[in-house]
Design a protein around this ligand. Structure first.
Ligand code: SF4
Length: 207
């Protein structure tokens, strides 16, 4: 099969061109993260952990949660967390209900740095302001449908997204502008209302 990275193939195949375009965008994310990482003496993944800990409830700050979120092994997460502890950015607190588990918490220094670093992708958001609302809705709809198709094909996990949530009713109203339904919020959901990261997400099968 011809490679999507072969320009000749890209020029005659729209699917190859879309995937190559997405791959090129992913390089921008990597570049921006590496750029701030080298200034802070942190690795890109350590920065992502700090921002994760900044914006998630304490009940979701176990090593397992981070491993699931970033598709990493617990050992890899533990190594990165040990380094963040050494830098006095993260501390571990024994879970009072299960002494074998530890909650991860940002130190005051870690919180301050995480807040500063959490703006790393703002340059991309600012750029989106140049597009009109309809274009943004079309691209969001496409991205959500793409994620859903990758999830259904077993290519990615869809944690904290509607597609894999207990409360999600797909195509409850097939001919409507808001075809899906959330049984928790008790409301129909249009494509652009589907959530990428929902606080109320409940997996269909509990871990
Ligand atoms: S609870 Fe959140 S993730 Fe679940 S269906 Fe409703 S909006 Fe989507």
């Amino acid at each position: 099969m011809p490679s999507i990275f072969d320009p000749t193939e890209q020029n005659k195949n729209i699917e190859s061109k879309i995937i190559a375009g997405l791959e090129r965008i992913s390089r921008v994310f990597k570049f921006l993260l590496w750029d701030i990482a080298k200034n802070e003496n942190l690795s890109p993944i350590q920065i992502q952990f700090l921002i994760f800990l900044l914006y998630n409830k304490p009940s979701r700050t176990y090593t397992t949660d981070i491993a699931n979120e970033f598709n990493l092994t617990k050992a890899t997460v533990s190594d990165a967390i040990a380094s963040l502890e050494e830098k006095n950015l993260v501390e571990k607190h024994q879970d009072i209900n299960d002494k074998r588990r530890y909650l991860l918490k940002l130190t005051p220094k870690g919180k301050k740095i995480a807040k500063q670093l959490s703006t790393w992708a703002d340059v991309l958001k600012d750029n989106l302001k140049n597009f009109n609302q309809r274009d943004k809705e079309i691209i969001l709809e496409f991205i959500l449908k793409l994620i859903e198709s990758f999830y259904e094909a077993g290519i990615i996990t869809a944690q904290r997204m509607c597609f894999s949530c207990l409360y999600f009713q797909k195509n409850a109203y097939p001919n409507s502008n808001a075809p899906h339904h959330c049984n928790l919020l008790n409301k129909p959901l249009s494509i652009i209302e589907l959530r990428l990261d929902c606080e109320d997400y409940t997996p269909i099968q509990a871990d």
